[in-house]
Ligand binder design. Structure first.
Ligand code: NI
Length: 169
């Protein structure tokens, strides 16, 4: 088991655009295992490789209550989005303690490779759909607070920078 440090907003590395994974090999399998350990340890429902400073298109998610249903998305692509959207209260392991509303598609279909290198399409709605959209934004270098007003975002930056300074003491 390996726990990886999670980058905290406003760390500029969170804005790196991830590259596609060339092959699902032992290195990627180890990365995914470590990401799952890190996500479960942090009590998150999703983690993108970007958040642990690895800039490749890898996401892990588990929205189950029992925390025993991991989903691994490698090179994910949205192939369909619903016409409807809704406002959803979101948080992020990279933005600790901050929750705010973001408009997301109600449902999405995502095509991605799994750990066996098989391409599959997942039809997602509700929390899973929101989580997939949130994590795919991370791979594009986007953090959910960037949907908020500049005023709110600056307040969040100030608050988190202060908390990080206090942590460093
Ligand atoms: Ni996040």
């Amino acid at each position: 088991m390996a726990l990886l440090p999670i980058l905290c907003y406003p760390d500029p590395r969170l804005h790196t655009v991830a590259k596609p994974v060339a092959a699902v090999d032992d290195r990627i399998r180890t990365l995914v295992a470590d990401m799952l350990d890190t996500m479960y340890d942090a009590k998150g429902i999703g983690l993108a490789a970007t958040q642990i400073d690895v800039h490749e298109r890898v996401i892990v998610i588990d929205v189950s209550e029992e925390r025993d249903d991991p989903i691994v998305l490698i090179n994910p692509e949205l192939v369909w989005t619903s016409p409807g959207t809704h406002l959803n209260e979101e948080g992020c392991l990279s933005v600790p303690g901050i929750y705010d509303g973001v408009e997301r598609f109600d449902a999405v279909h995502v095509r991605a490779m799994d750990l066996a290198g098989q391409v599959r399409t997942i039809e997602a709605e509700e929390l899973l759909a929101v989580c997939i959209q949130h994590e795919m934004d991370h791979l594009m270098g986007k953090v959910f607070v960037e949907y908020l007003s500049p005023l709110k975002r600056n307040r969040i930056k100030t608050k988190l920078r202060k908390a990080q300074r206090e942590d460093a003491r």
